[in-house]
Design a binder for this molecule. Structure first.
Ligand code: EPZ
Length: 417
């Protein structure tokens, strides 16, 4: 088990370089098996979810070479179509092998995926889409068996703009016969990045990044090439840190448009923020104004930045209201923040924060990835020492977090206990 120890309340200054987006990389890696041959993915973040997906590629008999942040995946010897329960359960994104293996091999056996405990996380929209394409789906206990003689393009209407289902259905339809249209598709920036990868393999996809994606099936895909887009959630997390304790903190390698919902909120709150072409410079101000936030699908305020943002609300002068609309259980970090001195009241998926509160160091537990990141921000803001247990949750999605933070002056270390 890993523990993070933070000595907080120090001004942070300097540069933080953002890596490739976790939520794109975890789909791009499984997408590689749709190709016949060698694919290259650049700017792959150094996170434990990456390693869990590489393990699955090895189980499927793919050859994988990792060289710094570049991944080379050769699928010519792909032969297995069963992913055991231990590997399926390691992360949420294992379910992208459903669409990818179904698309390529017309057969997959896989178990219920794992991931953060932030809600029930059903996969009915994915399954309904696979069935619409002609797949037969059997569920035996925790195992899903998906098979098809052939997949045939069709119109698929998603009842919710699910990121995962949109991606999985692109995977299942790129090699299907004929035309598939995904209606009410998710529009998250990652989806365009993933479509670009498939297009580099020879897929025929139009409209990714809008709510209607059209896929014309092709017979075969060749090896592809892509650079993972910068992680807008990692960027958002460090930008919020800059607003908490930064002095000219510069967050580099970002696409400002992808984080506009956050930067607009920060401007409304009176932050000292400068947005340039590919970086944001931010410093702490006194007298931050309170605000109200409601998470929404892209381009709304991202649910994944809600927990880090909850720390900033504790420092605003007055009452802020927060409403989560995507996940039922995204307040798991609040008891820890309150233990550290925050004044946050939770009711279902909403919370009310009265600030400003002086935070102090405590021993706390990361309950999930973004909730864990929120505790890191709180620890860096708090007076004294904060100990965060179960740091593995954080390392699933933030690459070299301790090193990146030490580079801007944070007193932070991770140790094995
Ligand atoms: C992706 O999850 C991200 N994960 C999540 O990030 C992110 O919070 C979420 O998109 C929304 O932006 C990955 O990319 C690996 P959804 P995903 O399908 O695809 C319901 C993080 O912290 N739903 O868009 O699983 C679901 O319960 C993680 O990095 C169904 O009901 O999200 C939820 O309420 C956490 N049935 C809503 O839709 C389904 O079949 C959105 O889910 C699928 C989803």
């Amino acid at each position: 088990m890993k523990q993070m120890i933070i000595n907080g309340n120090h001004e942070l200054t300097g540069n933080i370089l953002i890596g490739g987006a976790k939520n794109s990389a975890v789909a791009l890696i499984p997408a590689s098996i749709l190709a016949n041959g060698k694919s290259i993915i650049k700017q792959v973040p150094n996170i434990s979810d990456r390693d869990a997906l590489i393990d699955i590629l090895n189980i499927l008999n793919c050859e994988v070479k990792l060289n710094a942040d570049e991944l080379e995946i050769d699928t010519v010897n792909l032969k297995n179509t069963l992913i055991d329960e231990a590997h399926s359960k390691k992360l949420r994104a294992s379910y992208y092998f459903m669409g990818a293996l179904l698309g390529k091999e017309k057969y997959v056996e896989i178990f219920i995926p794992g991931g953060c405990n932030i809600g029930a996380r059903p996969i009915d929209i994915h399954i309904d889409g696979f069935k619409a394409l002609g797949a037969e789906v059997k569920i035996e206990g925790n195992k899903y068996i998906l098979k098809a003689d052939k997949l045939i393009g069709t119109d698929i209407y998603l009842r919710f703009q699910s990121v995962g289902a949109t991606i999985n259905l692109m995977f299942a339809s790129v090699l299907a016969e004929g035309k598939t249209v995904i209606h009410n598709a998710a529009k998250e920036a990652e989806i365009e990045n993933i479509a670009d990868y498939l297009i580099s393999m020879g897929a025929n996809i139009e409209g990714a990044g809008t709510d209607e994606i059209t896929i014309y099936g092709v017979n075969k895909l060749e090896g592809g090439k892509i650079t993972v887009l910068p992680d807008r959630i990692e960027a958002g997390t460090y930008i919020i840190l800059g607003a908490l304790v930064g002095k000219n903190m510069c967050i580099k390698n970002i696409i400002p448009k992808h984080i506009e919902a956050l930067t607009n909120k920060l401007k409304d709150m009176g932050s000292n923020i400068k947005i340039a072409k590919d970086y944001v410079m931010i410093s702490k101000v006194d007298n931050l104004k309170p605000t109200n936030i409601k998470t929404l699908v892209y381009p709304g305020f991202p649910t994944d930045i809600g927990q880090p943002m909850s720390v900033l609300l504790t420092q605003a002068n007055g009452t802020s209201l927060f409403e989560e609309t995507i996940w039922e259980n995204r307040m798991g970090h609040v008891p820890s923040l309150n233990k550290m001195g925050a004044n946050i009241k939770v009711k279902g998926m909403t919370s009310m924060t009265i600030g400003p509160s002086k935070l102090h160091g405590e021993e706390v537990v990361a309950t999930d990835l973004r909730g864990g990141a929120a505790l890191v921000l709180a620890g860096l803001t708090a007076e004294g020492t904060t100990i965060i247990n179960d740091v593995e949750h954080i390392l699933r999605g933030y690459e070299n977090i301790d090193e990146k933070l030490r580079n801007v002056g944070a007193k932070i270390e991770i140790k094995e206990i």
